[in-house]
Ligand binder design. Structure first.
Ligand code: ADP
Length: 177
């Protein structure tokens, strides 16, 4: 856990286990399930999640849609679609920032106080982890500095190495302030 900003925490583990108001899913445009964290969330939430996702007509890259959490300990799932890394010249950074912002807007609209994010786009979508981490932390900290809700944002990292990147980025952010 980070001590840097009390509203931003870094957690190592499986996002499907977190009893929070909303977890964010790194989905694909179909919203009909996939591998990685998407597959884990659908398995843990049960088939009711897929049934609700089928009614949503997919989701654009950089946008987000909200469903219930069904069998998850989280009340809601916010499905966002990160960009596939194509070298950085295809608007990837702005699209990734948009994923974080749109997810937080949906969370705030449902009055979610605690929201957990995975490292969007850093798996099969191959976004370089250090760059993705900067965007995640920068976008989330800008949002929460202007909004009271969510009160707490958790960056849920599957690997120790990813968590270290988040901790370092958080430290750099406080040093700049
Ligand atoms: P994307 O398609 O957006 O790249 P992935 O699911 O392939 O999404 O990977 C996104 C990140 O989620 C990766 O850093 C991966 O290690 C992490 N991840 C995979 N499973 C889980 C899980 N159960 N909980 C939290 N993070 C996870």
């Amino acid at each position: 856990m980070s001590e840097v900003d009390p509203r931003i925490r870094v957690h190592i583990g499986d996002i499907t286990k977190l009893p929070v108001d909303a977890i964010v899913n790194a989905a694909n445009t179909s919203l009909l399930g996939g591998g990685g964290v998407d597959g884990a969330i659908h398995r843990a939430a049960g088939p009711e999640l897929l049934a609700e996702c089928r009614t949503l007509n997919g989701c654009k890259v950089g946008d987000a849609k909200l469903t219930k959490g069904y069998r998850l300990p989280a009340r809601y799932v916010i499905h966002t679609v990160g960009p596939v890394w194509q070298g950085g010249g295809k608007g990837e950074a702005e699209l990734l920032a948009s994923c974080y912002r749109r997810s937080l807007e949906l969370a705030a609209a449902k009055d979610c106080q605690i929201v957990a994010f995975p490292a969007i786009s850093t798996g099969v979508y191959r976004y370089p982890k250090d760059r993705a981490t900067q965007i995640a932390i920068g976008t989330v900290s800008a949002f929460i500095s202007h909004n009271a809700v969510p009160e707490t944002v958790i960056f849920c990292c599957f690997e120790q190495r990813t968590a270290e990147l988040y901790q370092q980025a958080l430290l750099r952010l406080t040093e700049r302030e």
